[in-house]
Design a protein around this ligand. Structure first.
Ligand SMILES: Nc1ncnc2c1ncn2[C@@H]1O[C@H](COP(=O)(O)OP(=O)(O)OP(=O)(O)O)[C@@H](O)[C@H]1O
Ligand SMILES: [Mg+2]
Length: 381
């Protein structure tokens, strides 16, 4: 779901190519040797004693996007993200930030990268227990060498931004889990990094607090357009936050795409099983269900929906109007969605092309659209 007010551009913040991280004895020989590189994890371990945590992974993180890395426990998410700033040393491959080779950086340059350009938010907050909220938030500025007055002023501003005003003098033990994670977030934001890296930041939080924090991330992203790399093993979280999602399995990226692509066109049976229970109508857009208008009259009448509207939103519009809806892109009718095609999406019918839909569009199936369910009513219409 696009959450950004600032459109993502094509300039990558991170460009990763052929990245490997192998743990174990003589790890360096694995990536370059096809007899080892192609082994499955168990066979590689048996043969060499090595674990390939990240295997030949390539992707770009675009400016202004929320790039989600999703996968089951042990699939290599943390290793991958730690390699980006060389908190873990990669075994092979290239990493660039804004075109600069991260693997060629010396220690001073790496320090600048970690302190100024890419800030990390961790699952267990990583707060300093004896420091106040304000001083925890100011910590990154302190190690940057900023003076006390200036850093406290900046920290107070960021504390307010994440909704912790009035708690500046508390210590971490006097905060709830959600509040602690807000401090973790504020500390990362305080250094005004180009990119925020989140390693499962909300998985220790209870569901309601977790939702609050997700909203917070969406809000910050919308307001600031900051680039984010967000790790999660939670599919709902990935779909909610991600502009694009890289789905990992056993160290490999098995699919990289928008939430709509992942849910609508799973690359293989593994991804299909992963997304099986997703309410498709809340993720897929009307583009999936639209067909060309059959007449100039159809192109000129009926309610209008945006091409980015979800199927669930379009069902509401079609249901309310009792006719098909026009998909309007900057005022121009680019297609039509009718109740039948929308319900096919809900039912999980395999993706059909717009042409195929046009073929069977007349007579239009006269089925009553389902009323929106309780879960869809939370979505903006
Ligand atoms: N220092 C290490 N030495 C050896 N193997 C490691 C090391 N760190 C990670 N691994 C292995 O690499 C694989 C990927 O681990 P990683 O921590 O990246 O997974 P993850 O997807 O982040 O999992 P989780 O969701 O549980 O955090 C796992 O098999 C793990 O056991
Ligand atoms: Mg992890």
């Amino acid at each position: 779901m696009t959450t950004t007010g600032t459109p993502a551009t094509d300039t990558p913040v991170f460009a990763v190519h052929g990245l490997w991280k192998v743990f174990g004895p003589k790890a360096g020989r694995v990536p370059g040797d096809p007899r080892l590189a192609d082994l499955d994890p168990a066979a590689l371990r048996a043969r060499t004693g090595c674990t390939a945590a990240v295997r030949d992974v390539s992707f770009d993180v675009r400016k202004g996007e929320v790039f989600v890395v999703m996968g089951l426990s042990g699939s290599g998410k943390s290793t991958l993200v730690r390699c980006l700033t060389r908190l873990i040393e990669p075994t092979a491959g290239t990493i660039a930030i804004d075109g600069e080779d991260v693997r060629a950086m010396d220690r001073a340059r790496l320090r600048t990268l970690r302190r100024h350009r890419a800030a990390m938010v961790f699952q267990h907050f990583g707060l300093l227990p004896h420091r106040t909220v304000l001083d925890n938030v100011a910590y990154g500025l302190e190690i940057q060498g900023m003076g006390r007055g200036e850093r406290r002023e900046k920290a107070a501003e960021v504390v307010a931004k994440v909704g912790l005003e009035g708690m500046e003098q508390r210590r971490p033990a006097q905060l709830s889990g959600g509040q602690r994670q807000r401090v973790g977030l504020a500390r990362a934001l305080a250094v005004d990094p180009e990119v925020l890296l989140f390693d499962e930041p909300f998985s220790a939080l209870d569901p309601l607090i977790r939702r609050d924090m997700q909203e917070e991330v969406i809000r910050l992203h919308r307001e600031e357009g900051r680039t984010m790399v967000f790790i999660t093993h939670d599919l709902q979280e990935a779909l909610k936050l991600g502009d694009r999602i890289a789905l990992m399995r056993d160290g490999r990226v098995v699919q990289l795409g928008t939430p709509e692509e992942i849910v609508g066109s799973p690359a293989d049976d593994y991804v299909r099983a992963f997304v099986r229970d997703v309410p498709r109508e809340q993720v897929l857009t009307v583009r999936t269900a639209m067909r060309p208008p059959l007449s100039s009259e159809e192109a000129a009448t009926g309610p209008g929906v945006s091409p980015d509207a979800t199927v669930s939103e379009a069902i509401e519009a079609v249901s309310r109007a009792g006719t098909s809806a026009r998909v309007l892109d900057r005022g121009k009718c680019v297609g039509v969605v009718d109740a039948g095609a929308l319900l096919d999406v809900v039912a999980g019918a395999s993706a059909t092309t717009a042409d195929a839909r046009a073929d069977r569009a007349v007579p239009a199936p006269r089925r009553e659209p389902a009323p929106p369910t309780a879960t869809t009513s939370e979505e903006p219409v």
